[in-house]
Design a protein around this ligand. Structure first.
Ligand code: FMN
Length: 214
């Protein structure tokens, strides 16, 4: 087995980042970068790592999909009775991370988590494809199952149960909104002298922009 991973590296030459070009509003700045990631043809540019920790303090991270964002926060959907849902109930704080390699960019967000309204969650749930709506009912997320067959059989039962009728949103399937307190934009640069611009909320809830050492 070739385990020589220590040589895997490259220079980051795509772009630079100056304070002058940054928006005063980090959500607007995120929007610019997100649209550039989209235009660059990045597969699932809305895939983000979600880090949580419950009351035991053990960090836990996984990918979820960003489904909405604005000045109120960054929204994803999941199961409240999953490990992440339980951790967020114990400690409603989270960190989000986007990495867009072809742009040499990383965005790191941290903030306080709340639930989106039932109306908002219902609206998004009903916009999902039929099979995804049924899938939300198929099994408790992250529970141990005896095999794939369990899911296939359950999906068959759900198809019979609902047929062409509307599939309601499971009450535990909810939306989470991360209201940012810090947002950091990282642009890889040559010789590891990366540009890092971090916005943090000041005491009077205004965004303050600072450059961080690479
Ligand atoms: C590309 C991708 C997108 C995903 N999107 C979601 C999502 O939006 N919501 C979700 O609950 N899980 C999503 N998952 C699955 C999670 O990574 C994870 O396996 C699941 O939520 C269970 O996490 P937990 O046991 O920490 O609660 C996605 C995984 C991948 C790889």
């Amino acid at each position: 087995m070739n385990k020589d991973i220590s040589v895997i590296r490259r220079e980051y030459l795509y772009a630079s980042l100056t304070e002058a070009e940054m928006s005063a509003d980090p959500v607007e700045q995120f929007h610019r970068w997100f649209e550039e990631a989209r235009t660059a043809g990045i597969d699932l540019p809305n895939a983000m790592s979600l880090a949580t920790a419950g009351s035991d303090g053990m960090p836990s991270v996984r990918i979820v999909l960003l489904k909405d964002y604005d000045s109120d926060g960054f929204v994803f959907y999941s199961h409240a009775d999953s490990p992440k849902g339980r951790q967020l109930a114990e400690n409603p704080r989270a960190s989000l991370l986007f990495y867009w390699p072809v742009l040499d960019r990383q965005v790191r967000i941290a903030g306080v988590v709340s639930h989106v309204s039932n109306t908002e969650a219902d609206e998004y749930f009903q916009s999902r494809p039929y099979a995804s709506r049924l899938g939300a009912w198929a099994a408790k997320q992250s529970s141990v199952i005896t095999g794939r067959k369990v899911l296939d059989e359950r999906m068959g039962e759900l198809e019979v149960m609902y047929g062409d009728r509307p599939v309601p949103r499971p009450t535990e399937w909810i939306g989470y909104r991360v209201k940012p307190e810090t947002i950091e934009f990282w642009q890889g640069r040559e010789s590891r002298l990366h540009d890092r611009i971090c916005y943090a909320l000041s005491g009077d809830r205004a965004w303050v922009m600072q450059r961080l050492a690479p």
